[in-house]
Design a protein around this ligand. Structure first.
Ligand code: CAA
Ligand code: FAD
Length: 386
């Protein structure tokens, strides 16, 4: 395992840090309060290669590696968690999905505008009755004589659904085959038969727009199938392995913001005639936060390193990604909770960002597979039992 970063990786991190500090952090409170989608900031991220970090330059991306992606995501999430959700879905679910499983023609057609941040990509797996149990989906794609498919059904909780141009959709093509009867499609949201529901009001990541989407006799051509008919579930799971590294990075970035705020506050806030940081009970909190933060960061970098290796030599990195996502999201809950507590009443106030960090942290334990599902993935791998 390498602990150093290349010059290119540090340069991309620098670009992300500059945009995060100059554009994203100053508007984070506004976007949280209003729930307004941060289109202008997303465009800036796109113009600087950050909406398609691992996308080769020939398709409009930055042509960087998974480590660079993790470093950039941490910077963006440290400034604002909601922005990093949009960035993560665009990069690791949409772009990565098309690049890994799409044809050359699909890469040419769908990746450039999304990687450049001119348009936004989404990923639709979850339905009202099926989240963790993803194969229990009902959205159906029925093959027609000419080779096209007619799609009917609903998907729920679709991140960037209200604004997306293209969506990777998973639908049942053979209900008798379970996981092997699911197929992936590219959806163009401008086509007839595609509808959006209302944007969901949420506890946190409020500037990341989420909605239900519905298909009524939506026609997808054979050219819009991603991978082979029946390969959709494996594609979804393979793409989510990369996505979970993005969410782990998001959790680490958010944790860093809360941790740094706590360390600064314990030095300046006085109680009983001394800085609160000199009380052993507060020192223990700082030490516990620091240990969890470092563990989460290292495991996230390990997962990125495992993905980089898999990109070159093949193979899976599902366990490394699940270990990173589980550790980092639980660290984010712990660290944002402790940081808020350290700030006392001010932590509870909207005058400071601690309560936003605390609300934002919760989602990292839910989406892209709940903590229970990460434990299931890890334990199945370790024991070989189901
Ligand atoms: N890569 C490749 N193939 C995989 C795989 C992976 N990571 N995981 C499973 N598979 C394959 C299996 O090998 C199996 O194939 P074979 O039969 O040929 O061996 C097939 O897929 C079915 O696998 P399982 O039997 O393990 O499937 P399962 O029904 O038991 O489900 C699960 C497994 C891990 C619980 C899975 O359903 C899951 O991850 N659920 C959570 C869903 C999720 O994460 N949703 C996120 C939605 S997107 C999102 O949330 C975005 C956002 O918020 C921003
Ligand atoms: P359920 O699956 O109903 O789970 C309920 C509870 O039961 C959870 O605690 C769960 O861990 C537990 N549970 C379920 N099965 C087991 C088991 N086998 N063992 C132990 N415990 C279990 N989905 C998309 O497809 N695309 C998106 O872009 C997207 N964005 C999202 C954005 C937000 C803000 C949210 C809230 C969700 C998003 N999702 C998206 C959906 C998300 O992935 C699901 O909410 C998540 O996978 C959990 O599914 P569920 O909500 O149906 O909960």
């Amino acid at each position: 395992m390498e602990f150093g970063f290349s010059e290119e990786q540090l340069m991309l991190q620098d670009v992300a840090r500059r945009i995060a500090r100059e554009k994203i952090a100053p508007s984070a409170e506004h976007h949280d309060r209003t729930g307004e989608f941060p289109l202008e900031n997303i465009r800036t991220l796109g113009e600087n290669g950050l909406m398609g970090i691992e996308v080769p330059t020939e398709y409009g991306g930055a042509g960087m590696d998974p480590i660079s992606y993790v470093l950039a995501m941490m910077e963006i999430a440290e400034a604002d968690c909601a922005h990093s959700t949009i960035v993560s879905v665009n990069n690791s679910l949409f772009c990565n999905g098309v690049l890994k499983f799409g044809t050359e023609a699909q890469k040419q057609l769908y990746v450039r505008a999304i990687a450049e941040g001119r348009e936004i990509g989404a990923f639709a797996l979850t339905e009202p009755q099926s989240g963790s149990d993803a194969t229990a989906m009902r959205c159906k794609a029925v093959k027609q004589d000419g080779g096209s498919y007619v799609i009917n059904g609903k998907k729920s909780w679709i991140t960037s659904g209200p604004v997306a141009k293209y969506i990777i959709l998973f639908a049942i093509t053979d209900p008798t085959k379970g996981a092997k009867g699911i197929t992936a499609f590219m959806v163009d949201t401008a086509k007839p038969g595609f509808h959006r529901g209302k944007t969901e009001p949420k506890l946190g990541i409020r500037a990341s727009a989420t909605c239900e989407i519905e298909f009524t006799d939506y026609v997808a051509s054979a050219d819009e199938v991603i991978g082979q008919d029946g390969e959709g579930f494996k594609i979804a799971m393979g793409v989510l392995d990369a996505g979970r590294i993005g969410i782990a990075s998001q959790a680490v970035g958010l944790s860093k913001a809360a941790y740094k705020a706590a360390v600064a506050y314990v030095k300046e806030r006085k109680s009983f005639g001394q800085p609160i940081g000199s009380f052993q009970m507060i020192q223990a909190k700082i030490a516990d936060m620091k240990c969890r933060l470092d563990a989460a960061e290292l495991l996230t970098l390990r997962a990125a390193w495992a993905k980089a290796l898999a990109d070159k030599t093949g193979g899976r990195f599902s366990t490394e990604a699940a270990v990173a996502k589980l550790t980092a999201s639980e660290a984010a809950m712990f660290i944002t909770h402790q940081a808020l507590q350290i700030h006392g009443g001010m932590g509870y106030s909207k005058e400071m960002p601690l309560e936003r960090y605390f609300r934002d942290a919760k989602i990292t334990e839910i989406y892209e597979g709940t903590s229970e599902i990460q434990r299931l993935v890890i334990a199945r791998h370790e024991t070989g039992l189901r």
